[in-house]
Design a protein around this ligand. Structure first.
Ligand code: PLP
Length: 230
């Protein structure tokens, strides 16, 4: 008989820990947070991971997340929007998510702030950066980060937590390293200016180890946890 395969969550946590370099000369590095990307996965799969202690889940589509959040409300999970956000979805997004990682233009800042329900905790915001300047991609230009950060920080209903990026998926993950490194530099500048900034979200199933080596504080992993999406 072959041995039981290790559950994906436990094995992933181990690989994340192994990729995290000790920060010699600095304060001990905080553990890297794992965001389980549950887009196109059924609520039952989310519940199964939650039962193993996973609390933070990432979704790409507002409608899909609203349904799952309602179904799993009793579990008290933390929901992150990681997909592109359209202005006509800001009202639902502001009411559904605890974090929005895909803020890339000023218009979204005002809309999310206006629609964050009264009495809710401030909505945690990451600015998505198009770090390589790809014409077709979501995300703001690196030069736009300062103005966008100031706009978020000026809204009491929002809380600026950091940056998110999806580098060009070069087949050789080593070729993604310069983009991760550029994000780290942007992140350190932002962190020096805003007290709440503590999150650099980068790295997915096939490149999270490189992202962690380059300073990611949160990785977003779907396929390696849930298997292929339906
Ligand atoms: C789908 C998605 C992920 C997860 O990708 P995997 O390769 O399945 O780990 C991470 N981040 C974003 C923004 C995504 O859309």
């Amino acid at each position: 008989m072959s041995p039981e395969p290790e559950p994906p969550l436990a094995s992933l946590r181990l690989r994340i820990a192994q990729a995290t370099p000790p920060d010699v000369g600095h304060a001990a590095r905080a553990p890297v947070r794992l965001l389980a990307v549950s887009k196109l996965q059924p609520a039952s799969a989310v519940a199964a991971l939650a039962a193993q202690g996973q609390t933070a889940f990432g979704e790409n589509y507002v409608q899909e997340a609203m349904a799952k959040r309602a179904e799993l409300a009793a579990l008290g999970l933390e929901w992150h929007l990681i997909g592109p956000l359209q202005s006509n979805k800001c009202r639902d997004a502001a009411a559904t998510f605890d974090w929005v990682q895909s803020v890339d233009r000023t218009k979204l800042v005002g809309l999310l702030a206006r629609h964050r329900p009264a009495g809710a905790a401030p909505l945690n915001v990451l600015l998505q950066v198009n770090v390589e300047g790809e014409a077709s991609k979501a995300g703001c230009a690196p030069e736009a980060v300062d103005a966008l950060a100031a706009a978020v920080a000026a809204e009491p209903a929002l809380r600026l937590r950091g940056l998110m990026a999806i580098p060009v998926p070069h087949a050789d993950v080593e070729q993604r390293r310069p983009a991760f490194r550029a994000m780290r530099a942007l992140f350190e500048r932002l962190r020096a200016r805003y007290a709440d900034v503590d999150t650099l979200s980068m790295g997915m199933s096939d490149d999270f180890a490189v992202a962690i080596e380059e300073g990611a504080t949160m990785v977003r992993v779907g396929t390696a946890l849930f298997g292929a999406r339906g």
